[in-house]
Design a binder for this molecule. Sequence first.
Ligand SMILES: [Zn+2]
Length: 302
Amino acid sequence: MKISTYLIIFFIILLFALGFVLGYNQNPNATKFQNENNKFIDHNERQIYEERQIGITDQQETKNNIVFGTKTDNETESEKAPDVEYYKKAKVLQNLYPDTFIMNHQTFEKKIALTFDDGPDGKTTPRILDTLKEYNVTATFFVLGKNVKLYPKIVNRMINEGHQVANHSWSHLRPTELSLEEFLLEIDSAEEILQNYINRLEFFYYRPPYGLLTPEQIEEINYKGYKIISWSIDSLDWNVSEPEKIQDKVISSVHPGAIILMHSAGGKDQREGTIKALPGIIENLTKQGYEFVTVHNLINEI
Ligand SMILES: [Zn+2]
């Protein structure tokens, strides 16, 4: 063969080798997560992934330019992991306001908080309360002011059975689409009715509908003395109805200090999935040595 043929073969091999090296080095984690259908098995793994995704530059950019939690964002979220987009944005807020925007409690103790949003109602919430009573487990209910007005007896039952009740706004409007005045009215109206039920010490806890706020709203609510309670584990019970899937999501992501998002009202089938998933979640996590506490007790280490 001519020398030029050798040269051509040599360059072809060189190009393949170069392509392989570049391809291999490209964000190996991203590939790994795609392969796992964006299902995070390990909490630490997820933490590392999220921190890498956000970075310090993105934090500033997000604070200045991005409208948090718009409807468009939700529509474009991946079907397989609809919570990933939320975690990215929530982590930015947590980093900006570590004492006010709380996703979990840093601890080595095996204590976790189950939280149930959107109640009370007359059907689902009582069944959730029955299960919690059966297992002698306390939880936190982020309630809507308008539902408190409709079902006062259920709120009394929550309090009497040792659960924490907290503010989830009056009518579940999306805060990031409201003016500051409208946003504060939603919180204040719920606050007014909740004053009849909640003891002062456990009062100033708020969970935003859909989970996100603008920096201006966070600063305002911090000024009022509230802590904003997000979550570190989304059970996805608003998105899937199979109890096994809800159980798997919670059990596979559990970690000390976790705040777990579930729902005690709303949904097409009265949260049948949540009701059926709950006993298995409690049994499994109790076996693993976890203790269920209210959000107030978790973050104050009571
Ligand atoms: Zn809600």
